[in-house]
Design a protein. Sequence first.
Lengths: 316, 250
Amino acid sequence: MHGLKTIMKKELADHLSSYRFLILFALIAMVSLVTAYMAGVNLSKELEGIAKPRHVFLMLFTSAGIRISLTQFVALFGPLVGLVLGFDSINRERNEGTLVQLLSQPIYRDAVINGKFLAGVAVIAVMMVSIVLMITGLGLLIVGVVPGLEELGRVALYLVISIIYVAFWLGVAMLFSILFRSMATSALAALAVWLFFSFFVPLGASAVANVLAPSTAEAAALVRRAQLERALSLISPMELYSHGTVAVIDPLRRTTRSLVQVGVLEQLSLTRFSGPLPLDQSLLVVLPYIITLVALTCVCFGVSYTAFMRQEIRSL
Amino acid sequence: MAAEAVIVTEGLTKVYNGQVAVDHLTFSVYEGEIFGFLGPNGAGKTTTLLMLLGLTEPTSGKATVVGIDPTREPVKVKRVVGYLPEHVGFYRDLNARQMLRYIAELNAIPAAEAEARIARALDIVGLAQEADKKIDAYSRGMRQRLGIAELLVKEPKVAFLDEPTIGLDPDATNRMVELIQQLSQERQMTILLSSHQLYQVQRICHRIGIMIRGRMVAQGPMERLAAEKFGIEGEQHTLEEIYMKYFQEA
């Protein structure tokens, strides 16, 4: 165990003192602060005259500041943090000859990859928590709302899901750093996967759904098409994450499906009762997505783990 | 030599993608000696070292290091063996002291003890002045000496040195050879030294093994190898002559 702790400590120190991390953190903090500020200003304008607004605090995260809200921003660009932290984690050590050096010390081989992954997750957690705390502070200043206990619970849950989501991308990046010798190749491969899943899958899902289930005037066909598109887009971890967080952060959301797909009775209840859901009910709505996301992260790290354990260490 | 065998291999074989890298290697290294491990590039020396460290699994055959099977208990072996690879890699952003501290931590050496060992090691290898400079700025000779410092901090029973003098200028080579001798004499380390610099090997090694195409074609003290090949007792031959003779016949 001491090996794991030692390696994790060193990796953490490396991350936190690297320029790469500082630049990334500055960038993300800036964007999220600006977004939250804009959202806050918009919110206080909109809320003027409303007697007793509810869940204002959570709207800081979901209402669009400059075109996109913070949650959308994390969904889209959070993966970059994971990729940047992981794309050269193993192959850099291999190229510089430090991997053999490290592995010839009395530690288990998996301590290396576990330590690196855990250090990455810790960095991601620090980043996400501090961003959310900054926004909370700003929200208190601009909007003047104090979050209730439930709202805090929702934000905490949102944080956990976001960390898992970014950790998934860290796992992807580490996998490429194991598979490819060259750091440029692994960086490009990771970027390509990110682009594919975050931009092409959502676009492609709509195109493929159009071909497989052309929309006609018929209601059944419309529903079929919507279902198909949704199923296809869920291949993308970004979609999974968006679906997984939407009901957590927004208590007024009672389903993650679009209106077309919702059955008659459900539609009726949606229009009749528009109050917010309690936290545990919200959680129930998004649980399948969260579980899938966790499973994906585990699978991704598992593949990296086995690849690393089976790789021949030829000193080069 | 009446000493106990520290490294023993029996029919050690490694096949990479159908290519035999190490072919039924059988040899032993005795306690406290410096064993010169010679052979052309690609003869399988590094592969053998990696198998002895438990970093690569042998295809067949057996090996023990200080009585431990490296395939079964790699961590235990790595506790008693220090390895200086051919291309030593260090973290460029660290300085020598931090690097040695990291190695000490990985070996679970208590902090106070580690600091004492690090100071002593830096002194011995002559890096005390440069200990707070980043390794990035080190010359090749300094890096190799830092590699020796790592061994001094770890204090293993056995040290594998893979081409420790490669690419060093004559002065740096001499310093390196002296340090290796010091490891052997003052710390009683058993040393497996792979090198192409036959003159240096001849100077410090007690016994020699010549490995060609995955096979150990000869092993023993230099005088014996000379007598076997040239047949005349008492005649002086340099190691180079002996090595070339074996190499041409193989």
